[in-house]
Design a binder for this molecule. Sequence first.
Ligand SMILES: [Zn+2]
Length: 211
Amino acid sequence: MGTVFNILAGERCLDLVNTLDNRPVPEKKLELLPDYASFAMWAEQAGIISRQKRQRLCEVALADPARATNVLSWVIELRESLYRIFDRIVGEQQPPKSDLDLVAHFLAQSYRAVRFRSTHGVYQLDWQDGEQLESPLWPIVRSASSLLTSPDLKLVRKCSVETCRWLFVDRSKNHSRRWCDMKICGNRTKARKYYSRTKLDAGEGARATQQ
Ligand SMILES: [Zn+2]
């Protein structure tokens, strides 16, 4: 039931960026988060919230649709800032200060919701508490802040298929990952390469006979 999202970026903040599909082709742009329920479904599949929490959040959203619309607009605002930040970084350009400030603003907000959770006497920070519609935002913001301040920032890549350009962290052994997903974009590229190679072979063959 519902949309099955491709969670493959290796960081939640980049998976969020990838919820606007077909970015490079304006007429084909596809919004994968048209409403709060879709966002909650994405958050569950991204491992941010449990199924129970998603169901509870969706009930809260139904009871307060204006608030849900508001929270969704923050999600989209954050996503577009994250896109501009990481897209510039991949292109070795300076990200816009206003976008970095927005992420910092959300990060500060997230700390207002933080709690301590202890498991067998080991304490951790926890953002999962409560039924606030914005609560799935906090793990995304933390993912953005830790990626921005980590050496892995250098491993952020764009899918090499021009019409895709999904973002991901290349943590493959040789840092040779080229596609968001081998099955989707990898195979598409291989099929095209195969096609142009067979055409080339035919051409070379023809040239050979002319000589
Ligand atoms: Zn791709």
